[in-house]
Design a protein around this ligand. Structure first.
Ligand code: GCV
Length: 692
C-alpha cells in the first residue's frame, strides 16, 4: 500500500505523449505497475470501474494486493470510504470508487494515503450545465455543448460516448456524483420523448462512474409541451401531468436524480404567475419525484422588485417560506446575494433558513471573471465563501457548516457548480480553467480543504512530467521552479481579477455588450431596468461612490446576523473588501491604510495590472518545465489578460475620475486609453482572440 513518493515525477517523463492538448485533464497517463485487486463478486458496473481504475492507475508497490470491501460502518456516511493498509472499505460501490481515486491521487502527488475515514461534506456534488438543446452553452466559453448538438441529431455516436465517459471519469476522480445536463433557462423540449431518449443515453454512460443524471425543467412545461391551459402547481391536471412525466423518466432512467428549477426569475415562468409561492411550486414537483427517491433543487436566484435593492430580494422572498418545503426539496443559493461577481459577501440566506435544506451554488464558468481568457483560480473565492461566519447559530456557523448538515438537521445536503466544460479539446478553453472544475469537486467532497493543497494536487497531476527536460530535472528543481511559483500565481489570481476589475466591494460594473467581459461602468441604455445597469450598483456621483446598504440606506445589512450586521454597517469596521458593497463613501474618505478612498481605488486597479504582468513573468520562466503546446496556450491567454487588465484600470479610473475630479496619483501607471475610446470600443464587439 505504500505509494511511490516523489520519484513519480520523473519516472514517467519518458512515458508521456509529447502532444499535450490538455484533453487528459488531471488524469494523464502514467507508468504503472501490476497490482492484484481483491473485490466482492458482483456484476456491478461501478465495482468494475473501481477495479479497472486501480489496475490502470496503480503506481504503488509492484505486485501489491489491494482489497475492496463493501461493509456496514457507522463512521462512513454517504459515499465515504475507509482507507486501511489492506485497501479500501466503503458502504456503497461509489465509495469504493472514490477510495480508489484517492489512493491513485496520493500516489501521483507524492502523498502518503491517510489511513482512516473520508466522508464527503455533501451528499450531492453536482455540476450544472447551462447547455441548450441547440448545442449552445449559456455563459460557456469552451465551445459547444458536450451533450447536445446544433443539428438536433439524436443519434448517439461512439464519439459522444467516449467524451461522456471521459467526462464522467473526470468527475468521479474528484467525487462529483451528479450532473444537470441542460440549462436552467430550460427548454420545454427537454422533456419530450426524443430528448429523453438522449438523456437516457447520457445517463447510461455516466452511471458506471457513479454520476447521476438530473434535468433542469421549465415550470410551464405542462402548457408548452403538454398542451394544458395552465401550469398552476395546485391544479390537479398539472399535478397529474408532472406525475406522469416523472414516471416516464424513471421508467427509462431508474436512478434519475431529479429536477433543478429556475422559476419566477429573469422572465422564467413560475408559481408566482398563478399567485402561488415558491413552496407550492417546489412541493408539487417534489411530490412527483418522491416515489422514485428524486430530488428537487429550487433556485433562490430571484429578484422581482420586492425591494429597491436587488441584493435583498431573494432573502425577502425565501425566508418567510422557511419550513414550508418538502424534505426532498433543496433551495439552491448562489454564493453571493447578487450574481457571481468577482467578490460578493456571502448570501444572507445561508444560515437564515433553519428548517429547510439549503445548498450553495458556485459558478465554475468565469462569466464575470474573464471567461476562458483570464487565469483565475476560483478555489480561493469558494474557500472564502465557505469559511465566512454567518453567526446564525452562534460563532463558527460558517457557510460550510450551515449547508453541510453540521449545524441544522438538513434531510439532504448538496453543492452545485455551474460547469465550464465544452467541446474545446482541453474541455475548458483556458488550461487553468480545468483547475476550477477540479477544485469544485474537491471542495464539494471536503469543504474544509485549503486552496493551496488543491492547487498543489492539480498542478502535480496536470503538469508533472510534461516536458522532455524533466527526464533529467530533479524533483527539487521542479518544485522550486515550477510548482512553487505557479501555485502562488494561482493563489493570487482571483484577487488580481478583483483588483483590476471590481476592487473594494465594487460589483456589476462589467460590459454588458461584450457578454460581461471587460469594463462597462457607464452602461445604462434608456429604458433598461435599473438593476441590470452598472450605475445602479456603483452609484458614483460628485460626493462619492458605492451602494449604501447600511441602516441609512437599503438596510441590506440587517439581513445579516449580529455581530456581522453592525460590523458591516460601520465603515470603520467593514472589511475593505466589502466597503463599497455596503457604503456610499466620499472620494476623500480616509481608508484604514491612511490613503483616501480615491487613491486606494487607483492603487488597487494598478496593483491588479502589475499582478497580471507578474503572472506573465512567472509563466515565462516555466517554459523548461511545460510542454510546448500548453506553455504557448497559457502564455497567449496571459498576454490577452494583461491587455484586459490595463483596459479595466484605464476605463474605470477615467470613468470614476469624472466624478471624483481628482488626479490619478503619480505612483499609478497613467492611462494609455481615453475614456471616449474605451466607451466607443465597448459598443463594438471586439474581434475574438486568436486561439493559440
Ligand atoms: C442561466 C446570470 C447570467 C444568466 C444566468 C442567470 C442564472 O444572470 O447572466 O446567463 O442564466 O445568472 O443564474 O439563472
Amino acid at each position: 500500500m505504500k505509494k511511490s513518493f516523489l520519484s513519480f515525477l520523473f519516472a514517467v517523463a519518458a512515458f508521456q505523449l509529447r502532444a499535450e492538448d490538455g484533453h487528459q485533464l488531471w488524469l494523464r497517463p502514467h507508468a504503472t505497475v501490476p497490482v492484484t485487486v481483491v473485490a466482492p463478486a458482483s456484476r456491478s458496473v461501478l465495482l468494475a470501474t473501481a477495479k479497472q481504475e486501480l489496475q490502470q492507475g496503480w503506481q504503488g508497490n509492484a505486485g501489491a494486493t489491494v482489497t475492496l470491501t463493501l461493509k456496514k460502518d457507522k463512521a462512513i456516511r454517504y459515499d465515504g470510504y475507509r482507507i486501511s493498509p489492506s485497501g479500501v472499505q466503503a458502504v456503497t460501490e461509489r465509495g469504493l470508487l472514490y477510495g480508489v481515486f484517492e489512493l491513485i491521487r496520493c500516489q501521483q502527488t507524492g502523498q502518503a494515503a491517510q489511513a482512516g475515514v473520508s466522508n464527503p461534506s455533501y451528499e450531492y456534488r453536482l455540476l450544472n450545465h447551462w447547455d441548450n438543446p441547440d448545442g449552445s452553452v449559456e455563459r460557456g466559453y469552451a465551445g459547444q455543448s458536450i451533450f447536445w448538438r446544433k443539428d438536433s441529431s439524436f443519434v448517439t455516436t461512439s464519439r459522444d460516448k467516449t467524451l461522456w465517459q471521459e467526462y464522467a471519469r473526470a468527475n468521479a476522480s474528484v467525487g462529483i456524483n451528479g450532473a444537470v445536463v441542460n440549462n436552467v433557462n430550460a427548454s420545454p423540449r427537454i422533456l419530450s420523448a426524443e430528448y429523453l431518449a438522449r438523456v437516457k443515453a447520457i445517463a447510461d454512460v455516466l452511471r458506471p462512474y457513479g454520476v447521476k443524471t438530473f434535468l433542469a425543467v421549465k415550470f410551464s412545461s405542462p402548457v408548452l409541451l403538454g398542451g394544458l391551459k395552465t401550469a398552476d402547481p395546485l391544479d390537479p391536471a398539472v399535478v397529474k401531468w408532472w406525475q406522469a412525466k416523472a414516471k416516464e423518466i424513471y421508467q427509462q432512467i431508474p436512478d434519475f436524480g431529479g429536477f433543478l428549477v429556475k422559476a419566477s426569475s429573469e422572465g422564467q415562468p413560475g408559481p408566482q404567475d398563478y399567485g402561488r409561492t415558491h413552496a407550492d411550486g417546489a412541493n408539487m414537483l417534489a411530490d412527483a419525484v418522491r416515489p422514485y427517491g428524486g430530488l428537487v433543487m429550487w433556485r433562490a436566484f430571484v429578484y422581482s422588485p420586492s425591494d429597491k435593492d436587488r441584493a435583498k430580494q431573494a432573502y425577502n422572498e425565501f425566508v418567510p417560506l422557511d419550513g414550508k418545503f418538502r424534505d426532498n426539496v433543496i433551495i439552491q443559493v448562489k454564493n453571493g446575494p447578487v450574481d457571481f461577481q468577482p467578490r460578493e459577501p456571502f448570501s444572507p440566506l445561508f444560515g437564515a433558513m433553519k428548517k429547510t435544506s439549503v445548498m450553495p451554488e458556485f459558478q465554475i464558468t468565469q462569466e464575470y471573471l474573464g471567461h476562458s481568457i483570464d487565469l483565475a483560480f476560483l478555489s480561493t473565492m469558494w474557500e472564502e465563501c465557505l469559511g465566512s461566519d454567518t453567526y446564525q447559530a452562534g460563532p463558527g456557523s460558517t457557510v460550510a457548516r450551515v449547508t453541510d448538515g453540521s449545524v441544522y438537521p438538513q434531510k439532504h445536503t448538496a453543492m452545485a457548480g455551474v460547469a465550464n466544460t465544452g467541446l474545446d479539446r482541453n474541455w475548458t478553453g483556458q488550461d487553468f480553467g480545468q483547475a476550477n472544475w477540479y477544485a469544485f469537486g474537491r471542495l464539494a467532497w471536503n469543504n474544509q480543504l485549503k486552496s493551496a493543497q488543491i492547487a498543489d494536487e492539480w498542478l502535480k497531476q496536470t503538469f508533472a512530467g510534461a516536458a522532455d527536460q524533466q527526464a533529467t530535472a530533479s524533483a527539487a528543481d521542479w518544485n522550486a521552479n515550477f510548482l512553487a511559483p505557479v501555485t502562488q500565481m494561482m493563489l493570487d489570481s482571483r484577487e488580481a481579477v478583483v483588483n483590476y476589475s471590481m476592487p473594494l466591494g465594487l460589483h456589476h460594473i462589467m460590459s454588458a455588450t461584450h457578454d460581461h467581459y471587460g469594463p462597462g461602468p457607464w452602461w445604462a441604455p434608456p429604458k433598461m431596468r435599473a438593476d441590470w445597469t452598472p450605475p445602479y450598483y456603483h452609484q458614483a456621483d460628485a460626493q462619492g461612490v458605492g451602494f449604501n446598504r447600511t441602516t441609512t440606506g437599503s438596510n441590506a445589512v440587517s439581513q445579516y446576523h449580529e455581530p456581522l450586521a453592525s460590523q458591516l454597517n460601520d465603515p470603520a469596521t467593514c472589511p475593505d473588501e466589502y466597503l463599497l458593497w455596503f457604503h456610499h463613501l466620499p472620494w476623500d474618505f480616509k481608508m484604514k491604510s491612511g490613503n483616501t478612498l480615491w487613491n486606494e481605488l487607483c492603487a488597487h486597479y494598478d496593483k491588479g495590472v502589475h499582478q497580471v504582468r507578474q503572472f506573465q513573468q512567472t509563466w515565462d520562466q516555466t517554459r523548461p518545465y511545460v510542454d510546448a503546446e500548453r506553455f504557448a496556450a497559457v502564455q497567449n491567454k496571459l498576454r490577452a489578460q494583461s491587455g484586459a487588465a490595463v483596459l479595466w484600470k484605464d476605463a474605470c479610473l477615467l470613468y470614476f475620475q469624472q466624478f471624483s475630479k481628482l488626479p490619478i496619483p503619480a505612483s499609478v501607471e497613467p492611462p494609455m486609453h481615453t475614456l471616449d475610446g474605451v466607451i466607443a470600443n465597448d459598443m463594438v464587439r471586439p474581434r475574438p482572440l486568436p486561439r493559440p
